[in-house]
Design a protein around this ligand. Structure first.
Ligand SMILES: *Cc1c(COP(=O)(O)O)cnc(C)c1O
Length: 351
């Protein structure tokens, strides 16, 4: 599901979307949802085109064994360590349901992925928000002392784009008895790979997705990687038939043939991110240090700026009054032409 942000996750229901971004909005560059802006990968596109309408008649597989094998190959783990879902949101939801009871707590840093407080609450679990430290790393003691059953760590974190350090994630996994969720939705872009932690700690689940770097968010495919006993519990609470046969076919094609394409997208994204950051610096604006395919740009009056960007055909995500940041825009990195349009529009929007 799309993260529908407009304010502090802990202080709002989390369901409210800025009407700026409703589906009717026409824009030439949609830099608002962190999906790959180079498009759907070529082999996945071919797979979709070659499917006949009749292939939608039957049920998909109950628990996607073929997709698990392909994802296991891609992430270099055993297939018994994989659970798939209808987007990683579904895996996160199922994990919270499996390891939290009504009345339990889930601890995470603020701000983070806005779906987390929503998914906690729909499962009767109370989100407990703590502050990042000065360098945007996770505060180990503060997270551990919340009395929670689940600790959620997003790295690189949405919306700040900053990573959590491996040492601190491991410090939490070592001393925490509950479930540690490491949301690695942007792992392909990151300097660090967190997936190996799933084999090291039996209480740690890494979640990943085909939505972002693979650009297939509309197909809804996500997955979790963890100890086989852990993923079995999550799969039980997930239930059967959650991944459609269309989504599975496209994912299998992408994982088999589109990895070189995807690496090129990552290379181009990181190059364009560096270019965008320096263009903003020359305008006197500083983003938070990014380890992902988006940047968070503190800017006073972000909602007004976003409105003026939208009137020039550019959509970005607005965050209001974030702790220690204030108002900010989150901007997805895409092909340079889009970034240049953003920079030009931004210059007009702030003057
Ligand atoms: C986009 C995003 C997801 C959701 O991905 P889906 O697989 O599309 O459900 C999960 N976590 C974070 C941090 C995200 O930014």
């Amino acid at each position: 599901m799309k993260d529908t942000a407009s304010g502090r996750p802990g202080t709002r229901a989390g369901f409210d979307t800025l009407s700026l971004y409703d589906e009717q909005t026409e824009c030439s560059a949609d830099l608002s949802d962190n999906t790959n802006l180079w498009g759907i990968p070529p082999a996945a596109e071919n797979a979709l085109r070659s499917l006949s309408a009749a292939s939608a008649r039957g049920y998909p597989s109950t628990y996607t064994p073929a997709l698990k094998r392909a994802l296991a190959g891609y992430t270099n783990v055993d297939p018994s360590m994989i659970v798939t879902g209808c987007g990683s949101d579904d895996v996160l939801d199922s994990a919270i349901r499996a390891y939290g009871n009504p009345g339990s707590r889930l601890a995470c840093c603020e701000p983070t992925f806005t779906m987390i407080p929503v998914l906690a609450r729909v499962n009767g679990v109370t989100p407990v928000l703590v502050q990042f430290d000065e360098s945007w790393d996770i505060p180990v003691d503060a997270l551990l002392s919340t009395g929670s059953e689940i600790i959620y760590i997003c790295s690189p974190n949405n919306p700040t784009a900053t990573p959590a350090s491996m040492e601190r994630i491991e410090a939490i996994a070592e001393s925490f008895r509950g479930l540690v969720i490491v949301d690695a939705a942007y792992e392909e872009y990151s300097a660090a790979s967190l997936t190996p932690l799933a084999a090291k700690y039996p209480n740690l689940l890494v979640t990943r997705t085909m939505s972002k770097v693979f650009g297939m968010a509309g197909l809804r495919i996500g997955y979790g990687i963890g100890n086989p006993a852990l993923v079995r519990e999550i799969e039980k609470s997930r239930g059967p038939y959650k991944v459609s046969s269309v989504a599975e076919a496209a994912s299998l094609a992408a994982l088999a043939e589109d990895l070189p394409w995807m690496s090129q997208v990552v290379t181009d994204t990181l190059a364009n991110r560096a270019k965008l950051v320096s263009a903003l610096v020359s305008l006197g604006y500083h983003t938070l240090p990014s380890d992902a395919n988006f940047v968070l740009l503190p800017v006073a009056g972000a909602a007004g700026v976003a409105q003026r960007l939208l009137s020039q055909g550019i959509a970005v995500r607005v965050f209001a009054d974030l702790p220690r940041i204030g108002d900010a825009l989150r901007i997805t990195i895409g092909p340079w032409q889009m970034m240049q349009s953003f920079v030009d529009a931004f210059e007009r929007a702030i003057t």
